[in-house]
Design a protein around this ligand. Sequence first.
Ligand SMILES: Nc1ncnc2c1ncn2[C@@H]1O[C@H](COP(=O)(O)OP(=O)(O)OP(=O)(O)O)[C@@H](O)[C@H]1O
Length: 601
Amino acid sequence: MTAGQRAESVDPVLGRKPVHLLRHMMRRSRGTVVLALLLALASAAFALTVPYVVSSMVEAVGAGRTPVRQGAELALLVISGAVTSGWSAYLLGRVGEFGAADIRKMMVRRILAMRPADVRARGAGDLVARTTADAQQLRSVSDVAVTAMPVSAVMVSASLVLMGLLDWVLLLVVVATFAVAGLAIRVFLSGMRRSGRARQQAVGSLAERLTTVLAALPVIKAYRAEERVSEPIFEQVDAVARNAVACDRAQAFISPLAGVAQQIAIIGVLAIGGARVSSGRLSPAHYVAFLMYLFQIINPLMTVASGFGRIQLGLSSVGRILEVLRARAERPGPAAEPAVPAGAPALEFRAVSARYQDAEPVLRRMDLKVPARGVTALVGVSGAGKTTVLNLAERFLDPYAGTVSLHGTDVDRWPLAALRGRIAYVDQACTMLDATIRENAVLGCAAAPDDAAVFDALRRVGLADAIAALPQGLDTRLGGGGDLSGGQRQRLALVRALLSDADVLLLDEPSSQLDGLNEERLLSLLDEAARDRAVVVVAHRLSTIRDSAQIVYLEDGSALDAGTHSELLARCAGYRALVRSQSGGVLDQDRDAVVAASSAV
Ligand SMILES: Nc1ncnc2c1ncn2[C@@H]1O[C@H](COP(=O)(O)OP(=O)(O)OP(=O)(O)O)[C@@H](O)[C@H]1O
């Protein structure tokens, strides 16, 4: 079974057709939708009755009576029509907004369920645009598609039947005029969906480019690259405008066309109807009623005509939303946690090969064993595959050959949440959530420790005084004005890992921003943590890794050798070169160790 086949499937309710998404959007408010539909139909029925009452009013006046009853009926009909139509529109607006909120939540859940590499490949900015702009577009057509169009279609059809009952000749004039206009409108509708989709895609690319640029803003400013990065953004701004204009051009002609048809129909009905009244083939009362129906169907006809256009635009967004909802999610894994056999290594790679997307392999048949206790260091030149090893352990990436095991069980056979609960990860960027220092520190704890415990951990990394000195202490929000320095973030990321319930710590370059004193603190903390946990450290600094229980030397995606510092110095040329490259004096300092190790070998 391939990774794609094993991926979590999308809710089958969504089906394959865009209309299923609209149905899904309304599913929690079916009762409200039915009520809104009934109210809209009632409003249409009131409107359809008005011309008959007016007609009988005309007859009453013609017969010399005062049309008091008809006047009262007319007032009641008009007021009832306004109330029912307003109420229906309000209910539908509510349903549309909450339905769009549901769709957005589904999209956010799916995006968070995707693998980081897939999110990166799709573009974070584009995903944001789909969740905001496309969902808004869908919301804006939901009421048109669900009630306004169907009710207007019913209203137009019923009016045409009633008009036919009044005078079929005049009906033919009206139908012929609107049929010709309808054919012309179809031409304009055909391009709308295409340009609508292109516009939404351009909005997505614009969001993507702007997000990337804003993330790199300090570097852009430092290199005075504002002009250069603006160009590609402006290209997308222009693409949005071009495609929006194409949509607007098509949409702009729909209402005027319907208006022209309306005027031709009115002129035709006035001329032919007038002649028919003079010849006695049509009564004045029926003539007035027919004209009222004709005026009355204009609005619903416009709604149907422009509704087709808006639905085309909505459909262009539906496709983009469905692409997100159908995106491959991470596999949740089995429900039950596997038993951990005594003596099993914390991590084991057996002949593991891996690649990103369809690129060249970055790990080639890698074998690696990380004992359940002690510090294991991964070293190697940049690009050797060290971070990829950590990604595989976390299941951010699947190997295409070989197996990765945690505590003796293939990571695929761990429930994903349990697997990640067993592992604490400090990424290279020491990423902090947009949350308080406290929330960031206790992120990996099932039961959050009290502030004293958090401060104790902060003290051990030498961060307690700095945090206590902040005006809001542990409540300081990261990402805002009162932010931390790079080295402070790195130590806070370490606190987060140390406080967590995990029994495997993966640390990617944890000392890269630390001064000598803090590096020493880090090493003693790692030693302490490694007494009852597995600690894997990726580091370039020799001082961080040289005392590790095991050092694994990686080269070109393979683990070439593993041993202590002195063992590797003695037998691994690549490791020796790495050490030499860091400091000319290091090998001299280690000469005794090399000699001792060589004689032991
Ligand atoms: N998300 C990614 N998509 C595509 N290729 C990637 C990705 N991440 C890493 N690579 C490639 O995989 C290879 C190994 O990268 P990795 O980050 O594992 O190396 P590393 O040894 O940790 O490097 P460094 O010491 O510079 O952090 C590199 O050639 C890199 O270009």
